[in-house]
Design a protein around this ligand. Structure first.
Ligand code: BGC
Length: 451
């Protein structure tokens, strides 16, 4: 009985702390939903109370007694959403009281990327139009037509360069295939006036870089595409834009470096940042160092039963804290978004190691208060450049600091089952971090946790 009381008190405290913190600083009224979920967690634990292990959700003992459906869950990098409409999958995002998404601000980053390209063109206008035809031609590598981050980046480029056309109230993000004559309907010719002269801006070609097995954001496919494009209209290509650095670097190495065509990517992977010294045009840091921290930190806080904002917007005991110029929390979407920074020839020296821990959140947690916990974490595609060369190494740096023992599972980038098959025994873990293949497929994972 006494144990039951302790357990209930903890659950109520957890509920309160969640209530207080979920707002990223603002006060939020306690909702029925929060209370019910907290009560559920509690009663799940109480079922097992008599054998003495009921209090674990927040105290750090053997996790076996917390129902999988009540364990902390973070989605990251691919936000549960409808891949056609972009609408958020709120059922997945609020699966339980301790469920969150961690990503970055896609619109802010997309705008930065578009502006970076536009400014480059303006500053380098005397040499950018390689064949002198008055048309600034660019090609665009699209990562995944059903991924809202990829869609935002395509829109950001088209918006900045004036090539976007409206579709359903937003800029059309469809690939055009080839458009050397400017007749495609998914884009239009833009124009840019520099020094009294007006240039046409044309999206000469764009394509989703998906390989035959179905993997998206595929760097090798982008390398092949630039080979095809350059052999038929290479002298018209003045700029290359890519939804990410993996594809951008593949195009740079295959063609644009030798031909001195500025290539712009996204992610600030170390190899892309280094390539800026060799003519790569620029990239965007999506602050993966902040995202990787947040991914594990929200789990840590939920496991410890402390305010979810601890070590995030509010300094923890060790002194870890993030300032509000590097992330935002959207309570309604239960989502943390890191903010982006443009990386160009001006500042790339500050970004040479993309796997370096972010100093303001680099302090070790005390293992007596945040004891070791087991986390199951998957990377949807073990060969994704950004996730494997930047994000996972960062997670591996943070897991020690946060006293989390993480099992990293690498998927094939094609099927959800390749990953879910390796979540055969969720009961072994205290918390889960999930990176889906397709943003529509959250239920493939939650179904396993609901069993
Ligand atoms: C990154 C891409 C990566 C994708 C995977 C994006 O945020 O920019 O490089 O391929 O995530 O989901």
């Amino acid at each position: 009985m006494k144990r039951k009381l302790v357990s209930m008190t903890l659950a109520v405290m957890m509920g309160l702390s969640l209530t207080a913190c979920g707002s990223g600083g603002e006060d939020k009224p306690a909702t029925d939903g929060a209370n019910t979920a907290a009560d559920d967690a509690n009663s799940g634990a109480d079922d097992a109370a008599d054998d003495g292990a009921a209090d674990d959700a927040s105290t750090g003992g053997d996790s076996a007694e917390v129902a999988n459906k009540d364990k902390p869950l973070v989605w990251f990098n691919r936000q549960p959403s409808n891949s056609s409409t972009g609408e958020l999958d709120m059922a997945a995002l609020s699966f339980n009281d301790n469920t969150y998404y961690v990503g970055f601000d896609a619109n802010q980053g997309a705008e930065l990327q578009g502006t970076m390209v536009k400014e480059y063109i303006e500053t380098n206008i005397d040499k950018i139009d390689r064949n002198g035809d008055g048309v600034i031609g660019y090609v665009l590598a699209i990562g995944d037509i059903g991924h809202n981050d990829s869609i935002a980046r395509t829109r950001g480029i088209r918006k900045a360069l004036g090539t976007g056309v409206e579709k359903d109230g937003d800029i059309n993000s469809d690939p055009v295939g080839t458009n050397t004559d400017g007749s495609a309907s998914a884009v239009q010719d833009g124009s840019i006036e520099i020094g009294g002269k007006t240039y046409v801006v044309r999206e000469l070609a764009s394509q989703e870089m998906k390989n035959s097995a179905g993997a998206t954001w595929d760097a090798a496919t982008a390398g092949n595409a630039i080979g095809t494009w350059s052999s038929s209209f290479g002298d018209e290509i003045d700029v290359i834009a890519s939804n990410n650095d993996g594809m951008g670097m593949s195009m740079f190495n295959a063609w644009s470096k030798d031909n001195e065509v500025p290539t712009f990517g996204y992610d600030a992977n170390s190899d892309a940042v280094a390539a800026i010294a060799e003519g790569y045009g620029g990239t965007i840091s999506q602050h993966a160092d902040v995202q990787a921290y947040l991914t594990l930190r929200v789990l840590r806080n939920a496991l410890d039963g402390v305010d979810i904002d601890a070590g995030i917007g509010t300094a923890d005991e060790a002194g870890n804290v993030l300032s509000d110029d590097v992330f935002v929390y959207n309570e309604e979407q239960r989502s943390y978004y890191a903010l982006n920074v443009a990386v160009t020839s001006e500042n790339y020296q500050d970004f040479t190691d993309s796997t370096k821990i972010y100093e303001p959140v680099s302090k070790q947690l005390d293992a007596t208060k945040s004891p070791s916990k087991k986390v199951w974490l998957n990377i949807y595609n073990a060969s994704d450049n950004f996730l494997s060369s930047t994000y996972q190494p960062l997670l591996q740096n943070y897991d020690d600091i946060l006293n989390l023992e993480v099992d990293y599972i690498g998927g094939d980038g094609q099927t959800e089952s390749n990953i879910t098959n390796r979540l055969g025994n969720p009961g072994q873990y205290d918390a889960f971090a999930i990176n889906m293949v397709k943003t529509d497929n959250a239920a493939s994972y939650t179904a396993l946790l609901n069993q």
